[in-house]
Design a protein around this ligand. Structure first.
Ligand code: FA5
Ligand code: MG
Length: 469
């Protein structure tokens, strides 16, 4: 198989992507940085967490055909018109979408292939996994290239004698789906006249209700599978005993997509937050008509693979998926059960200890115990600092953390109390902290680490009157 590549050439000659050259025009806005990422195809790279996540989801839909190699360059028609996007839909804007030229773009979602794949009509169910591109902010959970999986299942009307019969067929296939004990919040009516209408021209309420019920149960089952794997990995890592976790909970939220109606988003309650995981709905019938399969009725969903992979493996930063560092890649093995990602930084650590006598004071001293570690925001992120006692102390460990952060910022990965004792005669308390310096950008020299550390030592004396040992 040929690998995908993108090259930028002289604007006069256009853009060459996957061996095809496209004329550029005033719509062209794909930057070289995006073209440089093009062709990695993380979703089919063996043992990559995005690929492992894809396979895990695919495994819940065993009868589906999996389309994972569709190229990312699509037409405006495929990405928007074929799905019924209105002309003024904001998604079409050049501020949101990477255009190659006015007619051609990098797909913004896997839905861009729905009509083509329905037209192929090769199987009742299919998934499409692919890299998708959106002009977006870059932070821990957003990246301008990410991966989606589309899934769809349709039934042929012609195989049923009536709409009652079709609804019954769908409901009986629903009954064969695995049962789960997931807590599901679904306060939504089956349809809402303005917000989430039944496609009255094409579907009876019973048909649409059956499709929706089948859709929701199928996706709930998928979520149960994923989160059971995530819980297991978490328990195995010792980071979260299974019993302590709140039970898994999901909720269905009304949504709008031009290509489904009614539509919903599925949100998962995970570690204290509602997390949007996917969008889905009853497929717009005119879309199926355009694909030449007007006798088919069914559901479709689109899920973000990074979001799932991040919680499955505990990957703290979306940028890590693009790492070529073996310390990242070697942690994932598709033949093994899912394991939590062990954060690392690219450059060596420079640990420095600071030991000091606390000044005599009446106030309590709030420190952590050496066993339970309190971390400054680590370079790899993801570690949560335990809130400490709210009493008014003379010395609060969080003050030290702030001194460290102010002095060294992102160059500090970790701060831990490693020793604490009270002098038997004087009653004075001594503490020793280990500060681990490690930059994401470079190897810190001995001198640089020493300088940062000295600054922190002096600040502790100035701010807290400690006596350095
Ligand atoms: C869509 O892209 C629809 N095409 C999904 C769909 C398919 C609906 C089929 C109905 C039928 P949305 O833009 O919400 O919808 O993206 C779907 C999912 O992709 C989100 O739920 C989220 O998990 C993921 N996602 C969206 N934007 C980002 C991003 N910038 N970074 C990472 N994941 C994202
Ligand atoms: Mg959404």
């Amino acid at each position: 198989r040929q690998s995908s590549t993108a090259t930028t050439s002289n604007a006069d000659h256009g853009l060459t992507i996957d061996g095809n050259t496209y004329a550029t025009d005033s719509w062209t806005n794909v930057p070289p940085s995006i073209l440089a990422q093009y062709g990695r195809r993380l979703h089919i790279q063996p043992n990559h967490p995005i690929s492992i996540t894809r396979k895990l989801i695919e495994s819940r839909f065993p009868a589906f055909q999996n389309r994972n190699e569709l190229p990312a360059v699509v037409t405006v028609d495929q990405n928007f018109d074929s799905l019924g996007f209105t002309q003024d839909h904001p998604g079409r804007s050049r501020t949101d979408t990477y255009y190659i030229n006015k007619d051609t773009l990098l797909r913004t979602h896997t839905s861009a292939h729905e009509v083509d794949v329905f037209r192929d009509n090769a199987s009742d169910g299919y998934t499409i996994s692919a890299d998708v591109y959106r002009r977006d902010a870059v932070d821990r959970s957003h990246y301008p290239v990410f991966h989606q999986m589309e899934g769809a299942l349709t039934w042929d009307r012609n195989a049923s004698s009536s709409s009652e019969d079709l609804a019954e067929t769908i409901m009986s296939s629903l009954k064969k789906l695995p049962k789960h004990d997931l807590v599901v919040e679904d306060p939504n009516p089956p349809f809402h006249e303005e917000r989430n209408p039944l496609q009255t021209k094409y579907h009876t309420p019973e048909e649409a209700k059956a499709v929706a019920a089948h859709l929701k149960r199928s996706l709930e089952d998928m979520v149960v599978t994923i989160f059971a794997a995530a819980d297991k990995a978490l328990a195995a890592s010792g980071q979260g005993a299974q019993g302590e976790q709140e039970p898994l909970k999901v909720r269905w939220v009304e949504a709008f997509f031009p290509h489904t109606s009614p539509s919903w988003e599925l949100e998962v309650w995970w570690r204290g937050d509602w997390l949007e995981v996917l969008g889905c709905g009853v497929i717009d019938q005119p879309l199926l008509n355009r694909a030449g399969v007007s006798s088919r009725v069914g559901w479709a969903f689109g899920i973000g693979l990074e979001r799932i992979a991040m919680l499955l493996f505990g990957i703290p930063d979306i940028r890590l998926f693009w790492s070529k560092d073996q310390r990242f890649l070697s942690q994932f093995d598709e033949s093994q059960p899912i394991r939590r990602f062990q954060p690392f930084s690219k450059y060596p650590a420079a640990p420095r200890d600071v030991a000091f006598w606390l000044p005599k004071s009446d106030g309590p001293v709030v420190v952590d115990t050496p066993a339970s570690k309190t971390s400054a925001p680590s370079a790899a992120g993801g570690q949560v600092t335990e809130p400490m006692s709210s009493e008014t102390p003379s010395f609060h460990e969080n003050d030290l953390m702030e001194v460290v952060r102010n002095a060294a910022g992102d160059a500090v990965e970790d701060v831990s109390l490693i020793d604490s004792f009270k002098h038997p005669k004087t009653g004075r308390q001594s503490l020793c902290y280990r500060v681990t310096y490690r930059s994401l950008e470079k190897t810190l020299t001995t001198e640089e680490a020493n300088e940062l550390h000295e600054q922190i030592r002096q600040e502790l004396v100035l701010k807290f009157g400690v006596e350095l040992r």
